[in-house]
Design a protein. Structure first.
Length: 273
């Protein structure tokens, strides 16, 4: 069985997002204990796409915290020789706000940008506080809308990695329709955009009980030459590198023998241990 040693965890949050615990040094300490090669902080970008009165500090950084977040990650990166600390950010795709997002991203020296879809028509479908929003909705139609947003996100050229590509399954709501055409359209858009996809182990800790994305989606990514990164979606220090054994085994079953790594928005490859 594979372990996390030698791998990179590119999806780690901080307490600045309002729903994570621990300080950054504790996350790095756990990465070192587990033998990770790299740890990438990718906290939630401020909710620039919402009116100020609607922004929720329990879901993302406040705008005034972004400078401090970037400064702290960069300072941490200078303090270790046995693990590389990367500066990432998780940014929501919000149709109509692409220009505002680009202006934010261009101000900072990010190594990579995770692109996420967390909202469908203003509904935070992955938020436990809003899970009752599924009541009365047609799940097949939701999947069509969700993967349509993934395609539109890829087409913007603003992001490097698609985070948790099938997040809509988080609470166990599965479509009855054939999802393969949805997967194919999304993967082809991701490949055309030159993006990577994240293998996110947090799905194993949710009602979905499955890594994001599903094996069939990941197999399509491999066939289309889409590179992959690993992410634990850690919201507490102990979750860094969590379930990477299962993620590495899945990647190898599909056919992957390397993962993507980023520096200053430039992608290269590293062998899968």
């Amino acid at each position: 069985m594979f372990g996390p040693a030698g791998l990179a965890d590119y999806h780690v949050h901080t307490r600045r997002c309002g729903h994570a615990t621990g300080n950054m040094a504790e996350y790095v300490a756990n990465a070192r204990i587990k033998g990770l090669r790299e740890i990438g902080f990718a906290d939630h970008i401020p909710q620039y796409f919402l009116p100020e009165t609607a922004r929720d500090s329990s879901l993302a950084m406040r705008e005034g915290e972004l400078d401090a977040y970037v400064g702290e990650v960069l300072a941490l990166g200078a303090g270790y020789k046995d693990v590389t600390v990367k500066l990432g950010i998780e940014a929501d795709y919000a149709p109509g706000h692409e220009g505002a997002l680009k202006a934010v991203l261009d101000r900072y020296p990010f190594d990579y940008v995770l692109g996420s879809v967390h909202y469908i028509n203003g509904w935070g479908f992955d938020n436990p506080a809003h899970v009752d929003g599924y009541a009365g909705k047609e799940i097949d139609a939701l999947y069509g809308v969700y993967f349509g947003l993934i395609q539109r996100m890829a087409a913007t050229g603003l992001f490097d990695v698609v985070a948790h590509p099938d997040l809509l399954k988080k609470f166990g709501y599965r479509p009855k329709c054939d999802v393969m055409p949805l997967y194919e359209s999304a993967v082809r858009s991701i490949a055309a955009a030159g993006m990577a996809v994240e293998i996110n182990t947090a799905g194993l800790r949710q009602p979905a009980r499955e890594i994001y994305p599903a094996p069939a989606f990941l197999a399509m990514c491999f066939e289309c030459g889409v590179p992959v990164v690993l992410g634990s979606d850690a919201h507490r220090p102990d979750d860094v590198g969590r379930d990477f054994e299962a993620a590495a085994a899945l990647l190898r079953r599909v056919g992957y023998r390397e993962t993507a790594v980023f520096e200053k928005r430039r992608r290269s490859s590293a062998p899968l241990p």
